[in-house]
Design a protein around this ligand. Structure first.
Ligand code: FAD
Length: 476
């Protein structure tokens, strides 16, 4: 190993300052406070600049991570930010939201490098936190950099939905000279970036600035408009759009189908999160009432969405917050970092347990009847299947219940768009390699193609679909 690498491997990991749990439960600010310039530069020096860059390969948008950090360690923060912006339209969000441990940081050679006994094993370079640091720094000091815009092509594209996939499509297409109108069902654009992800994971100003920037580029946003109900996709073509991108996500919350699910104060995760985290004017009329969070909040489900719900419940002032999951921590799919945050903030975990019925008084939930589970044989996903333990029933008090047991796509566009091929069971839209659907001029990407996934995979789809839409428009 060259001696420069030895030197780099000896640099201690630079921890990112965080709000103390006791303090952060009293506010909605991000838990991580972010790097300072000096510590960010030292952390970037830990990158050993591997020529094969496995971190880049593991990144769905193939960010040139070593290239960026080579500039950062010389103090060129803006240059480092621009490297991320070459391949990603939302780097400050990905830096905060990606599960880096299973993407770039999971592949980082520094995290695998063999150490002498006294050094022990070091964590990988903090790629995500550095990505947010450099891009935040750039936004704060210079604003988002203006791209070069091609002259108007005379072509118009309708983008349905306004999550990360759609924002990426619209940004890439407007740069190529095509007019873009984004249609969104919620009152404001952003998809799950606004209507889902809480402020303590990503402050909303970052999204607001991005949306203002996109509007400044000429992208038009039309909200409170559900395509398929108010206007059909065929209407969009009749209105003169030359192509349509469908980025409607997977927003239908899973149901348990157990007695008592219809009781008052039993919420779907999205409703609980948006009413807990957003201002009433950002919500549809029927969701503008204050959220009456109870003393004992029970969140069912063990993924990242349930961590968002339990941490929201804590900040809303619940006395006790329990996360109930039918398997063990070992099988949990979400980020370990999020579980740690929840534990630090006082959330209790009930593993190997499921509710079998919610009971209530005067139409409102008051308790959950539960049963203990044990793990049996592995199922199709390779995880051991939970099975009920006979005679292990018990009841817990619960005056607010939140169901966070997964999301799927809805069937509205499948029902209202003749010739659009979907998987009839999952309602996911079938696309070819270039993201084109069975209908000419219609493209799709993000969670409505992949199933509930990640911001970065939706973003990657959006960028690639934009290339395909551009080629299609040029060929018209
Ligand atoms: C609570 C929560 C937390 C999450 N946290 C993370 C995280 O920390 N990190 C991470 O990487 N991923 C996270 N995810 C997943 C991630 O947010 C999604 O994978 C990503 O947003 C998908 O992007 P998208 O563009 O495909 O769709 P979405 O972001 O879902 O956006 C789709 C938009 O389309 C709109 N729409 C739907 N149908 C219509 C219609 N017919 N007409 C008009 N508009 C329509 C919807 O209202 C929505 O705004 C989280 C998801 C949830 C629900």
């Amino acid at each position: 190993m060259p001696c420069d690498n030895h030197r780099r491997l000896e640099i201690a990991v630079q921890p990112v300052p965080k709000q103390d749990p006791k303090e952060r439960v009293k506010n909605w600010d991000e838990a991580f406070l972010g790097y300072a310039l000096e510590t960010a530069v030292i952390e970037a020096e830990r990158c050993i600049q591997c020529p094969t860059a496995p971190c880049q390969e593991a990144c769905p948008v193939e960010n040139d991570i070593p290239g960026s950090f080579a500039l950062l360690e010389k103090g060129d923060v803006i240059g480092a930010a621009n490297v991320f912006r070459e391949t990603s339209t939302l780097p400050e969000m990905c830096g905060r939201l990606c599960p880096q441990e299973s993407l770039c940081e999971g592949a980082c050679v520094v995290g695998f490098a063999i150490r002498t006994a006294d050094m022990g094993r070091q964590p990988p370079v903090s790629i995500g936190k550095l990505e947010s640091f450099v891009t935040d720094y750039q936004r704060r000091t210079e604003g988002l950099p203006m791209p070069e815009l091609a002259p108007p092509s005379g072509k118009k594209v309708a983008v349905v939905g306004s999550g990360p996939a759609s924002l990426a499509v619209a940004e890439e297409l407007i740069k190529k000279g095509h007019a873009c109108t984004v249609f969104e069902a919620w009152p404001e654009p952003g998809g799950v970036l606004l209507y889902g992800i809480p402020n303590f994971k990503m402050r909303k100003e970052i999204l607001d600035e991005k949306l203002a920037f996109l509007q400044g580029l000429g992208i038009e946003f039309v909200c409170n408009t559900r395509i398929g109900t108010d206007v059909s996709i065929d209407d969009l073509f009749r209105q003169g759009h030359h192509a349509v991108f469908i980025g409607t996500g997977a927003g239908v919350g899973g149901q348990m189908r157990i007695p008592g699910e219809e009781l008052g104060e039993v919420y779907q995760a999205t409703e609980f999160l948006v009413r807990g985290n957003l201002e009433p004017q950002q919500l549809p009329d029927e969701m503008r009432q204050p959220l009456p969070v109870g003393k004992h909040v029970l969140v069912v489900g063990g993924g990242d969405t349930s961590m968002d719900c339990v941490r929201t419940a804590i900040r809303l002032g619940a006395e006790s917050v329990t996360c109930m999951y039918r398997r063990t921590e070992h099988e949990q799919k979400g980020r370990e970092e999020e579980r740690r945050h929840a534990l630090e903030e006082g959330v209790q975990f009930q593993y190997l347990t499921v509710p079998t019925r919610f009971t209530g008084q005067n139409g409102r939930v008051t308790a959950a009847e539960c049963i203990r589970m044990r793990l049996g044989e592995a199922d199709d996903s390779g995880r051991r299947r939970p099975e009920p333990v006979p005679d292990s029933e018990f009841t817990v008090p619960a005056d607010t219940v939140v169901l966070a047991i997964g999301y799927s796509a809805d069937d509205l566009l499948e029902e209202t768009t003749p010739g659009l091929h979907t998987d009839k069971r999952s309602h996911l839209i079938r696309v070819k390699e270039d993201y084109s659907t069975s209908r000419r001029g219609m493209f799709a990407g993000g969670d409505n193609v992949n199933g509930a996934d990640l911001v970065v995979t939706a973003l990657a789809d959006g960028r690639r679909a934009a290339e395909a839409i551009h080629s299609y428009l040029q060929g018209l």
